[in-house]
Design a protein. Structure first.
Length: 47
């Protein structure tokens, strides 16, 4: 399943959750993830 594979790749520390730092590391390494998922976290201005 594509979603499961993406989540496993995004969960860098393997704690079962994807946090903002993990997401940022992966999309900087492989922009395809950003294209597939789009912006999933609110912008800093929106917080």
């Amino acid at each position: 399943d594509l979603i499961e594979m993406m989540l496993k790749t995004l969960d860098v520390d393997r704690d079962g959750r994807v946090d903002e730092d993990e997401y940022e590391k992966v999309v900087k390494r492989d922009s395809l993830f950003l294209e597939c998922m789009g912006p999933v976290f609110p912008s800093r201005e929106a917080r």
